[in-house]
Ligand binder design. Sequence first.
Ligand code: Y43
Ligand code: MG
Length: 204
Amino acid sequence: MMRQFDGDRLIIASHNAGKIREIGALLEPFGIAVSSVAELGYEEPEETEDTFAGNARIKAHAAAQASGLPALADDSGLMVDALNGQPGVYTADWAETGNGRDFMMAMTKVNDLVAASGASAPHSAQFRCTLCLAWPDGHDELFEGIVGGHLVWPIRGEGGFGFDPMFLPEGEQETFGEMDPAHKHAMSHRADAFAKLVAGCFDR
Ligand SMILES: O=c1nc[nH]c2c1ncn2[C@H]1C[C@H](O)[C@@H](COP(=O)(O)OP(=O)(O)OP(=O)(O)O)O1
Ligand SMILES: [Mg+2]
């Protein structure tokens, strides 16, 4: 039996401004007041697991414990077939420079490795997202989302965040970096996971 969300306040357990913006937009129709762990000044827990679900649970439970409120975390990443699913759970790590994140550098690295792999274009890839909704009593629910597509080079568009300008979703003309945000929110890996969360927990 799935736990229903019946509160009117939720913590977004993310420090990523792009994700916070997207999750806030997805939650908006439900009239739930949201604050993020970034604006509350909570520390980022270490993401020590090697699965999206494991890291989503770490982030959601840390925020639910700290706030005493239900918390929603997102762990996500880009899986490239020619790289056997890399960078995957380590997508954010690939952008780490020691002085903040550099996604131009990370996208260049992915493109170089794909070229070196000898695989022929188009280079298929998927974005994956696991959402974890955790309650302060330690209970949680997990929801997984995916969107398939392929990589483009050179990158296209200035919108979105992270690897968006490098990813062309299946059947689309625009990369996530070129797309209107509302269109991305209707078809992304995050939207897919969110639809399952709504069906499972917001069905009230
Ligand atoms: O829609 C997306 N469009 C483009 N790139 C994306 C997307 N979704 C995840 N990504 C990439 C970038 C992100 O940095 C990494 C996830 O890493 P991940 O640890 O889950 O998130 P994060 O460290 O950026 O924020 P936080 O852990 O505080 O939620 O995958
Ligand atoms: Mg993270």
